[in-house]
Design a protein around this ligand. Structure first.
Ligand SMILES: Nc1ncnc2c1ncn2[C@@H]1O[C@H](COP(=O)(O)OP(=O)(O)O)[C@@H](O)[C@H]1O
Ligand SMILES: [Mg+2]
Length: 395
């Protein structure tokens, strides 16, 4: 009988864990060092770089003396809901610790708050309605008694603030940021660390409501693309024990084609190469298959649609200007600051004051790179080609 075909064990789109995850030890080390110093953390990276994967890995593998929990809080719609989540997360987190004092602390809280059940997915309270903001403020200073350092990872936090903002609840957003800032700066609130991330830049959101000071105490941890060696390592890891065979030359060619080495792009390429090889029942990947795989990955718009949608929903009013920069870059291979300026001064945009802010944001968000002085190009060949596909005509 034929041997069964074994595909790479990738999970594309969702956070990678276990064997599918490539850990970068220096990120973990930096993280815990900063937490030990007493810093609260902000993960800064464009979407799909791997923030969620990193946060989950950190939460699952925290050092002794710490208890950590991860949650995506995107669905939170009000300040009160936020505090309710945070309160539950704190208790769920301590409940995970094997330390006796932590156990006693949770047992106490169960009685005090009439809690019926604490599980991984949440807390069931009795009939009592609580003022969660007040309870959060009260419980954090008490965490000392639990003798564990509590670390709460709040993913998509910036989405919550952004949505409050867009719904006209700007004051609620500011109040929330304010309270969190207060909690972070209070000496009674040691033993407690908040970690934020989001697929929209928190900095941009708070700048847009004119309150950058409310987060400038957060310690940013930047996570970039993989290095060349890390990319090779990930390819090796994901193809360990699978049917397809990649020569060293093929691995190099994959990296050269992707250029901007996000794990996500590597996953997409490996899946496509695997699918092609499987059809022909030819385990050996040939060099000429790489460009074909690249084109096929590109044809599935959903792989990259996010990058465009995000700009539309996030910048709304400035989107046409921003997109013109990107479409120009896609068609010409690059764009100079002078060309951007000439777009900015047009009657329809009138962006002479802030046009470079947008260029900076596109650079920070991983769309563009300054390839030489005052000249910008796409960071990723995938994104470059995607923009050409979306906007084939540029007059
Ligand atoms: N270190 C990693 N090792 C393997 N795959 C990863 C790694 N980091 C991210 N990925 C993959 O990249 C994609 C984006 O990861 P994710 O953690 O969701 O990023 P973000 O939260 O920044 O948008 C997912 O498909 C995920 O499986
Ligand atoms: Mg994420």
């Amino acid at each position: 009988m034929e041997k069964p075909w074994i595909s790479p064990d990738t999970i594309t789109g969702d956070a990678a864990t276990g064997k599918r995850y490539l850990r970068r030890e220096y990120i973990n080390e930096t993280f815990w060092r900063e937490v030990r110093k007493g810093n609260h953390i902000l993960f800064v990276a464009p979407r799909r770089v791997g923030k969620t994967s990193i946060m989950k890995d950190l939460a699952e593998n925290c050092p002794e003396g710490f208890a950590a929990i991860y949650q995506n809080i995107e669905g939170v719609k009000t300040g009160n809901e936020f505090y309710q989540r945070l309160f539950s997360l704190i208790l769920q987190c301590i409940d995970r610790s094997p330390v006796a004092k932590a156990k006693a602390f949770v047992a106490n809280c169960r009685k005090k708050y009439n809690i019926q059940e604490i599980t991984r997915s949440g807390i069931k309270f009795g009939e009592k309605e609580l003022n969660y903001e007040k309870e959060v403020r009260e419980i954090i200073p008490q965490l000392r008694e639990a003798e564990v350092h509590t670390v709460i990872f709040l993913d998509e936090f910036s989405e919550v603030i952004n949505k409050l903002n867009q719904k006209g609840l700007q004051e609620e957003a500011v109040a929330l940021l304010h309270t969190l800032r207060e909690i972070r700066s209070d000496d009674n609130f040691k033993q407690f660390t908040l970690v934020f991330a989001g697929s929209v830049g928190l900095e941009h959101v708070v700048t847009s409501i004119d309150r950058p000071k409310l987060i400038n105490d957060l310690h940013p941890i930047n996570t970039g693309p993989l290095t060349d060696a890390e990319a090779s390592q990930l390819i090796l890891q994901l193809t360990d024990g699978v049917t397809i065979q990649l020569s060293a030359e093929v691995t190099e060619a994959i990296k050269t084609t992707i250029r901007h080495l996000l794990p996500y792009y590597i996953q997409l390429m490996l899946e496509e190469l695997d699918a092609m090889a499987k059809v022909d029942q030819q385990p050996r990947i040939k060099l000429e298959m790489i460009n074909i795989a690249f084109r096929r990955v590109l044809k599935k718009d959903k792989n990259f649609e996010d990058w465009l949608e995000r700009l539309k929903s996030y910048y709304v009013e400035a989107f046409p200007f921003i997109n013109e920069i990107l479409v120009h870059t896609a068609h010409n291979g690059n764009i100079t600051v002078r060309e951007i300026y000439h777009k900015a001064i047009q009657e329809k945009y009138q962006r002479t004051e802030d046009y470079m802010n947008f260029v900076d944001q596109l650079t920070n968000d991983g769309y563009l790179t300054e390839t030489e002085n005052h000249v910008y190009s796409f960071t990723s060949p995938f994104l470059h080609q995607f923009w050409l596909r979306k906007y084939p005509i540029y007059a």
